[in-house]
Design a protein around this ligand. Structure first.
Ligand code: DC
Length: 216
């Protein structure tokens, strides 16, 4: 079974996807971590993140896999916490916008899902492009203000709210306006708005959808 969860940065997709995977006995596939891994290695090698061919060459040269906790690895090296650092976060939207990079990474995502037999995948295009035939598709949305406020709280830095909000809007802009596989809600995706729901509430709503169909 494949469950696809798309939505903007900071909507809570990975928290929800991990819980849902646990509930359903599936594994969690963090597709954004793969673009972050490519970005990390590109920065490490001094590659210009705006150079599409060079970024694609980086992606082709790496072996990306996941440990048994679902954390990304590059040639056996753990990607966490390096892939969450600020320089990677600021550059990743540029790297992920390159079609030549996506042509390398998307087949890896499909292969991961095939190898594992079933996944809860989260990202920006997992329902629309990577797994168009997913059994369930969700689009998890939340307003930029709520997402920025949650992120600031997570970091324990309420003073950074304004800065985080600006960075989040910029990432949304890049992710939704790129030519290849922009962030969109697939026609057949259930829309879940997390502004008024905590993670447990979102998981409950999604499980209701899954179980309702299983009974139908
Ligand atoms: O979800 P995240 O913040 O870890 O994603 C990192 C970047 O990767 C984000 O800017 C969008 C991009 N991404 C993508 O283009 N397609 C995906 N399926 C997942 C993430």
């Amino acid at each position: 079974m494949i469950l696809a969860i798309d939505g903007p940065a900071g909507a809570g997709k990975s928290t929800v996807a991990k819980q849902l995977a646990r509930e359903l006995g599936l594994t969690f596939l963090d597709t954004g971590a793969m673009y972050r891994a490519v970005t990390w290695i590109a920065l490490e090698r001094g590659v210009d993140v705006h150079d599409e061919a060079a970024c694609a060459a980086v992606a082709r040269s790496m072996r990306i896999d996941f440990d048994d906790q679902g954390r990304v690895r590059v040639d056996g090296r753990p990607g966490e916490p390096r892939i969450r650092a600020e320089d990677v976060t600021a550059a990743v939207s540029h790297v992920a916008a390159h079609p030549a990079v996506r042509r390398v990474v998307v087949p890896m995502q499909r292969e991961e899902a095939r190898r594992r037999g079933g996944v809860v995948a989260e990202g920006r295009d997992v329902g629309s492009v990577v797994f168009p035939a997913a059994d369930f598709k969700f689009y998890l949305d939340a307003s930029p203000e709520v997402r920025a406020e949650r992120r600031a709280r997570e970091l324990g830095r309420p003073d950074l709210y304004g800065e985080i909000l600006l960075a989040m809007r910029e990432r949304d802009r890049l992710d939704t306006t790129r030519a290849d596989s922009p962030l969109v809600r697939a026609d057949d995706a259930f829309l879940v708005d997390s502004d008024a729901l905590d993670a447990a509430g979102v998981v409950r709503a999604m499980l209701l959808c899954v179980r309702a169909r299983a009974r139908a």
